[in-house]
Design a protein around this ligand. Structure first.
Ligand SMILES: Cc1ncc(COP(=O)(O)O)c(C=O)c1O
Length: 269
């Protein structure tokens, strides 16, 4: 059926699509019927919808250009962002009192992506003996391939941290507080005092605390990470990781995340 001259572009588009679909196969009609027929892509639903899509559409080239130039807010491709995941990131960011947050597929993904993004090739890392085994294994076996060396200290031995900072150009002090498995807590403000003058960033794996019990960024940490699989999600039904902290550091991690692709499923987010 032809559209009247007064029909708006959306109605017109939906009608043209309906005409085309009428002539299409059952399979094509099943796939395309009702999809984006003049509706906004991200709905005005009061609650956050689970946006289950791998990619996003633009009305035309002008809208795509506006998106690329930052004049049109939308999403492009699922590995690069998802509105449901973004809502989750904003919640954790808020709870951690951080500038930015990135959510990923697991705690290991958060730790490994963060380390690959923030420790430069040939850099020096300081970490502690009391540390989740998976992270430890990554530091021992993968980081050396990038020429990254490591000093491992006892979490309570801040004199050893001072020595490492004197002896090496330390890029990062990465530690858990509370630690897994022994629940030892580290004096984060003191650690920051020691690391900041040497230009070493401080990253705390705060999995065992959650932001309800500890906010490392407010104590001086540059970045906080989580295995959200644990206490943060709380119900043993989700695998997830989070990285929050200074905007420019989280932006660098996000860039690496876009390449490595450890995306959380929007249902989990
Ligand atoms: C402190 C800590 N960090 C990171 C991880 C890794 O998290 P995930 O199992 O979500 O990959 C764990 C897992 O046990 C952990 O306890």
């Amino acid at each position: 059926m032809a559209n009247s001259g007064s029909a708006d572009a959306a109605t017109n588009g939906a009608s043209v699509r309906a005409d085309r679909l009428a002539a299409a196969s059952d399979a094509t009609r099943a796939v395309h019927a009702g999809e984006r027929a003049g509706r906004p892509r991200v709905s005005d639903s009061l609650t956050t919808p689970i946006v289950q899509t791998s990619t996003y559409a633009f009305q035309d080239t002008a809208e795509l250009l506006a998106y690329l130039e930052g004049r049109h807010a939308s999403y492009e491709y699922g590995r690069l962002g998802n509105p449901t995941t973004r809502a989750c990131e904003e919640k954790i960011c808020e709870l951690e009192c951080a500038e930015e947050c990135l959510v990923s597929s697991s705690g290991m993904n958060a730790a490994t992506t963060m380390l690959l993004a923030l420790v430069p090739a040939g850099g020096h890392l300081v970490t502690t003996t009391d540390c989740y085994q998976g992270t430890q294994r990554f530091i021992e076996t993968v980081l050396p391939k990038m020429g990254i060396s490591t000093t491992v200290i006892d979490p309570s031995d801040l004199a050893a941290l001072e020595r490492a900072l004197e002896e090496h150009p330390v890029s990062m002090f990465f530690l858990e507080s509370p630690t897994n498995p022994f629940m030892r807590c580290v004096d984060i403000p003191r650690v920051k005092e020691l690391c900041a003058p040497k230009g070493a960033i401080v990253v705390i794996d705060s999995t065992f605390a959650t932001p309800i019990n500890q906010r490392p960024v407010t104590l001086g940490a540059d970045v906080v990470i989580h295995s959200a699989t644990k206490y943060l999600a709380g119900h043993h039904d989700v695998l997830a990781g989070a990285i929050a902290g200074k905007a420019e550091l989280v932006a660098a991690v996000r860039k690496m995340h876009h390449m490595l692709g450890g995306i959380i499923d929007p249902h989990a987010a």
